[in-house]
Design a protein around this ligand. Structure first.
Ligand SMILES: Nc1ncnc2c1ncn2[C@@H]1O[C@H](COP(=O)(O)OP(=O)(O)OP(=O)(O)O)[C@@H](O)[C@H]1O
Ligand SMILES: [Mg+2]
Length: 624
């Protein structure tokens, strides 16, 4: 630039000089002076122009180029009092302002990037399935957890947002449709629970919370959060199911208890009638019939007591493998030849605190059901292995909390698997209910699985069923294991003793009048003298009146005013060597029964057949 100006000035000067030279030819001296002066002035003007205009403009140009290339730290060094000096100052101020705002833009950009990253981290890891849907049904955002919960990917939902409506379980469609009908409702959150069918066909429970999104009163759609609550629902259902069974059990147990007393009277008097009737008495056959029916009724009552866990049980450390081996032969005979019975048992010995008779009964009942489900034959497998306690505690949940089980030992899992008809959902839900049966009248009582349930619960165990129509059934039972050593097989065969009576005096305490009267009749028939009492307190006063002649205290456990155990404790203080025999038809509280057994005292379960009562009374009286 400077060079161009300099060149133009020089040409100007040269032209001027040429003009001067032409004039010079006429007036020499004048022109010489003028020429020199003019040349000097021209050079001075040129220099001034260069310093005052060209240089600052060039500086400005450099500065703008520097700023344009992003260098906001550039500072113009040109400074004087001229307009250019002012421009340079303003330019420097402008660059400073630009620099500051550039920095703040950069910070804001970084913040946006950071926020975006945080948001992504949150949404990518969101455990619940979150989405934002517009009024037009467009999905603006969806968290990847949609795939974990529904099986459908993010892209699938974005391409086809209607999936969210289609996956709703048929029975919950009405609820869902009324919920989504008003897309733009008030601004509060709404919550519903419904089921979906996932891509793989699994049914899951969702807790769905949604709220409208507004910005400056403009409606932008709805924000939705779906939580998978399938496990919680399952536990709730299990709990409800077991609570229902618990209340049925209480009811059944109560009825069974009263029935026991009634049956004790029927069978007792029936036996007396039978004993008294002469061989040729035509009524004898009817009496037999009454007794047989009463016995069947007693069996039913007994089953109900098993279900309601009110029956007596004798748990001891037992080898489960041994129980299965023992019962295997019976089971093979039971299931018949067209069913193949397989037992697959892990090598290790598993020991549980169990009543082996009851566990055998569980296996028999389950295998009988399996047989009935395979009329055309099939395979029945019994498997046993150890499973960790943790897994089971999750399954058993709160039921076990109140029980003092040694959790560390784990559980024996016994599975009974059949290839039979299987069950639909409705049947599956009711199988443990007493008297629920799908079998023809007379073919099943519907008490088999109720008993299994009661026994397993009494053993602090757990039972589950997996079954599908046409695909067979798996029952799994879990029994808590113990490390207590197995005692020797103490169950010696009971000697069949002949019934003998005696001449002793017996103090009989029983609150149920029918039972008391019957017991008295039976005992008196066999020579004993009986003193009756209707409760514990009466027993004490009767004892005080006759203490020297009483040889045996035969007492019910649960009685009004004072129970049998308490009465005995008081009587014992006066006559420590008095023999005692407790009887109960309602051994609901094991504590009582166990206390009695632990104290080395004798116990007999009702309904007691006269034979057994007489045998037991004699046995106790003859004890030294
Ligand atoms: N393994 C199985 N396969 C298919 N259905 C079964 C199976 N086990 C039980 N069930 C169903 O459960 C119902 C109840 O069984 P439960 O053992 O309680 O009574 P039941 O077998 O009908 O009669 P009971 O056992 O008193 O003779 C059965 O009627 C049957 O419908
Ligand atoms: Mg059955």
């Amino acid at each position: 630039m400077r060079r161009k100006i300099f060149l133009s000035l020089s040409i100007l000067l040269a032209l001027f000089a040429l003009g001067m030279l032409v004039s010079f030819l006429y007036t020499k001296t004048f022109f010489v002076v003028t020429f020199a002066l003019t040349s000097l002035i021209a050079v001075l003007i040129a220099r001034y122009l260069i310093n005052a205009i060209i240089y600052p403009v060039e500086e400005l140009l450099k500065a703008t180029r520097a700023v344009a290339s992003g260098n906001f730290n550039y500072k113009m060094s040109y400074q004087d009092k001229t307009e250019f000096g002012e421009i340079a100052g303003s330019f420097n101020d402008m660059i400073a302002v630009l620099r500051d705002s550039n920095e703040s833009i950069k910070n804001q950009q970084q913040q946006i990037v950071d926020n975006e990253w945080k948001f992504r981290i949150l949404s990518e890891f969101a455990h619940d399935w979150e989405y934002w849907i517009t009024e037009k049904g467009e999905i603006l955002f969806i968290s990847p957890s949609c795939e974990r919960i529904t099986g459908y990917t993010r892209d699938e939902f974005i391409k086809d947002p209607d999936i969210r409506n289609r996956i709703v379980y048929l029975q919950d469609k009405d609820l869902w449709e009324s919920h989504v009908a008003d897309f733009k409702p008030p601004r509060h959150e709404e919550e519903i629970e419904f089921r979906i069918v996932t891509k793989s066909g699994e049914i899951k429970w969702l807790s769905h919370v949604c709220a409208p999104i507004y910005e400056n009163d403009v409606f932008l759609g709805r924000r939705v959060s779906n939580r998978d609550i399938t496990d919680r629902k399952r536990l709730e259902e299990q709990l409800m199911h077991s609570q229902r069974l618990e209340s049925i059990g209480t009811l059944a147990g109560g009825i069974a208890h009263d029935f026991n007393n009634i049956l004790t009277a029927i069978t007792g008097y029936g036996h007396i009638l039978k004993m008294k009737a002469k061989e040729d008495n035509p009524s004898k056959a009817y009496i037999e019939q009454i007794l047989a029916s009463a016995e069947r009724a007693a069996d039913l009552t007994q089953s109900l007591l098993v279900f309601s866990r009110k029956q007596t049980s004798s748990p001891e450390p037992v080898k489960l493998k041994g129980i299965i081996e023992n019962v295997k032969r019976v089971l093979q005979r039971l299931v018949g030849e067209n069913i193949e019975l397989r037992t697959e048992i892990s090598g290790e010995e598993l020991i549980a605190m169990a009543d082996s008779d009851q566990i055998e009964q569980v296996l028999v009942n389950l295998c009988t059901n399996a047989r009935d489900a395979m009329p055309e034959g099939g395979v029945l497998a019994i498997r046993m292995k150890r499973v960790s306690g943790d897994k089971m505690h999750k399954a058993i949940g709160r039921e076990q909390e109140a029980l003092s089980i040694e959790h560390g030992k784990g559980y024996a899992e016994i599975s009974i698997i059949d290839t039979g008809t299987g069950m639909d959902e409705k049947t599956r839900e009711r199988i443990f209910d007493p008297f629920f049966t799908t079998k023809e009248v007379g073919k099943g009582t519907g008490l088999g699985l109720s008993m299994v349930y009661g026994i397993i619960k009494q053993h602090y165990g757990h039972i589950s069923v997996e079954s599908e129509e046409g695909k067979g059934t798996i029952f799994r039972i879990y029994l808590p294991l113990t490390e207590i050593a197995v005692s020797k097989d103490i169950r010696a065969a009971e000697e069949a003793k002949a019934i003998t009576g005696g001449a002793e005096t017996i103090l009989l305490a029983e609150d149920e009048e029918t039972v008391r009267k019957l017991t008295r009749v039976v005992l008196e028939e066999y020579g004993y003298t009986v003193i009756e009492a209707g409760d514990g307190q009466e027993a004490i006063s009767k004892f005080m009146e006759n203490k020297d002649r009483i040889d045996l205290f035969l007492s019910d456990i649960i009685m009004p005013r004072m129970n049998g155990r308490e009465a005995y404790e008081r009587i014992k203080k006066i006559k420590p060597k008095l023999k005692v025999l407790f009887a109960s038809g309602y051994p609901s509280d094991f504590t009582h029964k166990n206390e009695i057994l632990v104290a080395g005292l004798d116990f007999i379960a009702k309904p007691v057949s006269p034979d057994n009562l007489l045998k037991k009374v004699r046995e106790v009286l003859d004890k030294s």
